[in-house]
Design a protein around this ligand. Structure first.
Ligand code: HEM
Length: 465
């Protein structure tokens, strides 16, 4: 036990009983790791420490502790666990860079321009055209049960490919996923496995390590070609993150991003920018099917804004469709598709003036539990209620209890992009279709880098207008 300057004694962060040698590993090993984490929070509370292999991770969902951890002068983003395992492919790209790495600051300053109002007005038509392709894809398959994750992957992958680097994965031209995405998926699957295993076990899996190396080389080659082709064509003519990165200079010192770093950024956008939004749409449709009254209300607002004939949406239309944003936020509250993020103290310190903590400690802010904490969300936190995101309700609540896009300077650079893309898709879907689910379906959640509803199918019935 240590003592603070004001004489208080500091305790260690509480921890469940450990198993010999393997520590807390058996607590988290499960076919449903995400559900298991929620159960652990119910059982061990909103602040507890788990010793997992080489790392000690503190799982946090108490809003008061979270508020303290969001103080960026005391805590910094931590690149550990799965983020560390994807460093070989994402390098010092935005999501896997440490705060102090030069390229984080440089890329952040340059890429911020790529998410401003002007850039978004270039992306909006791409989002609409790709959503129209999805609508047509469903019209061409009448009565077919739609695999939500699969079809929303088509949409979000096309949007990030076209807006990011002017590249189509031909998702609406073929049933099967693009070969290149299979390579990326295989890298992510290997990263997920390897970060769950001790280093010495990974050394006994030379096949996995070799496959990972080959897949990374293949991915790098594809992106190097995309960058070279873009460079040859006049990139000034195009609006994409890639064109921006090739042209723009860091406003601070006039430097540019290196080709290798540009590649890391593109891979980062691909990884960070499609699964999260895909799953947001899947969870949202799940809830709309479960709550037909909310779905009908949203449809009537969409009908009023769009009128008798489908047409392009303007930003003004999108602000009139704010109820759809409320629906999306409520879905992100219950199932934050990036389920958490990690921070560490900048120097040895105390938490809540009660627990001692050092710079080695990793705090995992477990969003699904924070977003349902009764201290912040009342007696019925599991219920789906978009009115929680009405303007007055938001004003009355502290902002740190809802952080699906992370915190502070390391929060999601693509959040406005993602919400616009999801809002456009939801608008056109509700305008064109009634949604029909399978009454026997029970929600289960699959967990890799992101979370998604498992085996969720629905039918899209064309609306008679
Ligand atoms: C619903 C969709 C999305 C969710 C829930 C989400 C969530 C998050 C979260 C929680 C973080 C912080 C990670 C951390 O602290 O370790 C983050 C960072 C990031 N996201 Fe997103 N994201 C979404 C969509 C997107 C999209 C569409 C893009 C790209 C177009 C994107 C690009 C990034 C990048 C580059 C970062 C790293 C920012 C930095 O550290 O400078 N995300 N995202």
């Amino acid at each position: 036990m240590t003592q603070t300057s004001d004489g208080n004694h500091l305790k260690k962060i509480p921890s469940p009983v450990k198993f010999p040698i393997v520590g807390h590993l058996p607590y988290v090993l499960s076919r449903q790791p995400f559900d298991r984490m929620l159960q652990l929070c119910e059982r061990y509370g909103d602040l507890f420490n788990l010793k997992l292999l080489d790392d000690s991770v503190v799982i946090v969902s108490d809003p008061d502790v979270v508020e303290e951890l969001f103080d960026e002068s005391r805590f910094r983003k931590r690149v550990a666990g799965i983020l560390e395992s994807i460093r070989p492919i994402a390098g010092d790209g935005l999501i896997t860079a440490e705060d102090h790495e030069d390229n984080w600051g440089r890329a952040h300053r340059i890429l911020k321009l790529g998410f401003g109002r002007k850039a978004m007005s270039d992306y909006l038509p791409i989002m609409m055209r790709q959503t129209e392709k999805l609508i047509q894809w469903w019209r061409d398959r009448p009565g077919q049960a739609i695999d939500a994750n699969q079809d929303f992957t088509r949409l979000t992958l096309e949007i990030i490919g076209l807006c990011g680097f002017d590249f189509s994965f031909s998702s609406f031209e073929q049933e099967e996923p693009h070969e290149f995405m299979l390579t990326i998926d295989s890298i992510l699957a290997e990263a997920t496995i390897s970060h769950q295993l001790p280093a010495w076990v990974n050394q006994l899996r030379p096949g996995g390590v070799r496959r990972m190396k080959e897949n990374i080389e293949a991915t790098n080659a594809v992106f190097d070609k995309i960058i070279a082709d873009h460079h040859l064509n006049d990139s000034k003519e195009r609006s994409s993150f890639l064109a921006l990165m090739l042209d723009a200079e860091d406003p601070r010192d006039g430097s540019k991003l290196s080709k290798a770093n540009i590649r890391y950024q593109l891979i980062t956008f691909l990884i960070a920018g499609h699964e999260t939004t895909r799953s947001l749409l899947s969870f949202t449709l799940y809830y709309l099917i479960k709550h037909p009254e909310i779905c009908r209300k949203a449809q009537s607002i969409v009908d009023e804004v769009l009128g008798d004939a489908p047409r392009d949406l303007s930003f003004q239309d999108l602000s009139r469709l704010s109820y759809l944003q409320q629906i999306l936020m409520e879905s992100l509250r219950l199932w934050p598709t990036a389920p958490g993020f990690m921070v560490s103290p900048r120097s040895d310190t105390s938490i809540q003036s009660k627990y001692s903590t050092t710079t080695d400690d990793i705090f995992f802010i477990f969003l699904a539990a924070l977003h349902r904490h009764p201290k912040a969300w009342g007696d019925n936190p599991d219920s789906f209620d978009p009115d929680r995101f009405g303007a007055d309700a938001i004003r009355q609540r502290p902002s740190h209890v809802f952080r699906p896009f992370g915190n502070g300077k390391r929060s999601c650079i693509g959040q406005h992009f993602a919400m616009t893309e999801a809002q456009v898709a939801l608008t056109y879907i509700l305008y064109h279709f009634d949604l029909q689910g399978d009454d026997s379906y029970t929600l289960q959640v699959d967990h890799s880098l992101t979370i998604k509803p498992k085996d969720f199918f629905f039918k899209a019935i064309p609306r008679s207008k």
